[in-house]
Design a protein around this ligand. Structure first.
Ligand SMILES: Nc1ncnc2c1ncn2[C@@H]1O[C@H](COP(=O)(O)OP(=O)(O)O)[C@@H](O)[C@H]1O
Ligand SMILES: [Mg+2]
Length: 284
């Protein structure tokens, strides 16, 4: 039997497509049999990992791919890099702990949530990204068709569930109760990352029931890390840099003049110029 045919029968697809190149390289470098076999099997193994990672990435349904490396921490000094570095190590996923990103719009909550999700998938975990709106729609449909149990079981399965944008829409009592049931299912079994533009104090309002809100918070916060981001919107900064927004102009976000950025801006001359608006979003 031909080599290629044999590799295909063994379902070594990556190796089948690259074995000729590997053989040529081996001949040039005069490598031993054992070393060649290791190289060949490694090639196949990497190929398989890549395919399963790609599969898991598709299942995770991230709206974009974002990375920690692409995040400009100097723009957001309220974020403790050490905490993000620690989270990037993914031990929170292993321990089924939660992460909550709080802060005004544009400060990078979704970016960091996705970036941690991507890391988790690359490390071999299953993940699922849903906006809170998608989640409540899915749960409402499930309830209406008497499939709530099945849906809750499905949503409890991924090792990491990312729920984006809690707080933009209020929950009905039923919706809040379904979310509570989901969090109870996942409690100490799988991690949840939540992003929200509302502080914990305002969660009572979101869930229109303070008892349910505190039960939800209790489940979420028991084993968790909260990252409270206080700073300027990156989107506004980009616009300002492009000259689309005067530095004194207010966008759709609450801003106020403050001097806090001066030091940071001075340290990063590339970021100054048009972006030197020195505006900071104030909490509350
Ligand atoms: N510090 C940052 N460094 C690099 N890109 C950033 C940073 N903060 C935000 N962004 C980018 O700005 C946009 C808005 O960020 P996003 O995470 O959606 O904000 P939020 O979810 O807090 O509203 C995204 O494209 C994101 O990648
Ligand atoms: Mg967001």
């Amino acid at each position: 039997m031909e080599l290629e045919g044999l590799l295909e029968k063994l379902k070594m697809e990556t190796l089948a497509s690259s074995v000729d190149t590997l053989l040529e390289q081996a001949a040039k470098r005069d490598v031993g049999y054992r070393e060649f076999l290791i190289d060949a099997l490694k090639t196949e193994w990497h190929g398989r990992n890549l395919k399963t990672t790609e599969g898991r990435m598709r299942l995770a349904r991230f709206p974009w791919v974002k990375t920690i490396e692409a995040f400009d921490f100097s723009f957001q000094p309220s974020i403790d890099r050490k905490v993000i570095r620690e989270l990037s190590g993914l031990s929170f996923v292993g321990r089924a702990e939660n992460v909550i990103f709080l802060g005004p719009p544009g400060v990078g909550k979704t970016h960091l949530a996705i970036a941690l999700g991507v890391k988790a998938v690359e490390a071999g975990n299953s993940a699922l990204f849903l906006t809170v709106e998608e989640l409540t729609t899915r749960l409402a449909k499930a309830r209406a068709s008497n499939r709530l149990e099945t849906t809750l079981a499905q949503l409890a399965r991924p090792k990491l569930l990312v729920l984006d944008e809690l707080g933009y829409l209020p929950f009905s009592r039923e919706e809040a109760s379904s979310l509570f049931r989901l969090l109870t299912r996942r409690y100490e079994k799988g991690s949840v990352i939540i992003t929200s533009n509302k502080s914990f104090a305002d969660w009572g309002e979101i869930f229109s029931d303070s008892v349910l809100a505190s039960a939800i918070l209790d489940r979420l916060l028991h084993h968790s890390t909260t990252i409270n981001i206080k700073g300027e919107s990156f989107r506004l900064k980009e616009k300002r840099k492009a000259g689309m927004l005067a530095s004194s102009e207010k966008g759709d976000e609450k801003t106020s003049a403050a001097g806090e950025w001066l030091f940071e801006e001075e340290k990063r001359p590339a970021m100054s110029g048009a972006s030197a608006g020195k505006e900071v979003i104030q909490e509350d």
